[in-house]
Design a binder for this molecule. Structure first.
Ligand SMILES: C[S@@+](CC[C@H](N)C(=O)[O-])C[C@H]1O[C@@H](n2cnc3c(N)ncnc32)[C@H](O)[C@@H]1O
Length: 207
């Protein structure tokens, strides 16, 4: 049965996120995506970077069903593994050994502002344990800088998030980067993206 979900934002941002990824995917290996949602990013990036294995994950069963449906629809079953059931707060993450050994980095798109702050803390803690020296963590989404919104649209978006759940909200980049540093990451690059979003590239510098 076709269980594909359609998240409209993925249509608008996937090409730009793919461009950001192309600056850091330099060799073959695996990428772990955290909070993959519908799976639309996963199949697009798997097709764009045929040398890598794109490992999706999500704690939500409906999302994992959608990811499997997208993999079937795009006939990527021979290449892409099924999604992992991964909640960042359940540390240590249960990751197949094969994936651990071939990992190039971790990608998480539009996750940290649509979860509570403890998920951001857990994301870096889990990633810090899993990743080795030189491997990357790419975050994509809206951020505040110096505790200020970078646009009026982000301000309105932040308010709408908080109305849905008062623990959600656009994060302050400096506080996110503090969590990264606590877990052995350096902030390597900030890439400005359309619609007032950023891609932040963190690099693990201690194993
Ligand atoms: C706003 S959606 C973004 C989905 C997708 N990355 C995208 O950009 O379309 C946030 C995703 O984070 C997932 N999520 C929520 N809590 C999580 C957690 N504790 N650990 C990992 N993922 C989580 C949700 O199930 C959802 O798929």
């Amino acid at each position: 049965m076709d269980k594909r979900l359609f998240f409209p934002a993925t249509q608008r941002n996937r090409e730009f996120i793919g461009d950001a990824l192309s600056t850091i995917i330099k060799k073959d290996g695996s990428i772990l995506e955290i909070g993959s949602g519908s799976g639309e990013h996963g199949v697009v990036f798997q097709k764009r970077f045929p040398g890598i294995i794109w490992q999706t994950s999500d704690p939500d069963l409906m999302h994992r069903k959608s990811i499997n449906s997208w993999i079937d629809f795009e006939k990527l079953n021979m290449k892409m593994p099924p999604p992992l059931e991964l909640n960042v707060e359940n540390i240590p993450w249960k990751i197949p050994l094969k994936l651990t050994h071939s990992l190039l980095g971790i990608v998480s798109i539009n996750m940290i502002h649509v979860t509570r702050w403890t998920c951001t803390i857990a994301l870096f803690k889990g990633a810090g344990k899993l990743l080795k020296n030189g491997q990357f963590l790419l975050l994509y989404g809206p951020f505040k800088i110096g505790n200020k919104h970078t646009s009026q649209s982000n301000y309105f978006f932040d308010n709408s998030l908080k109305m849905q759940n008062d623990l959600w909200g656009i994060r302050n980049l400096e506080e996110v980067t503090d969590e990264a540093k606590k877990n052995g990451f350096l902030q390597e690059d900030i890439i400005r993206m359309p619609a007032n979003n950023l891609s932040i590239i963190y690099r693990k510098f201690s194993s």
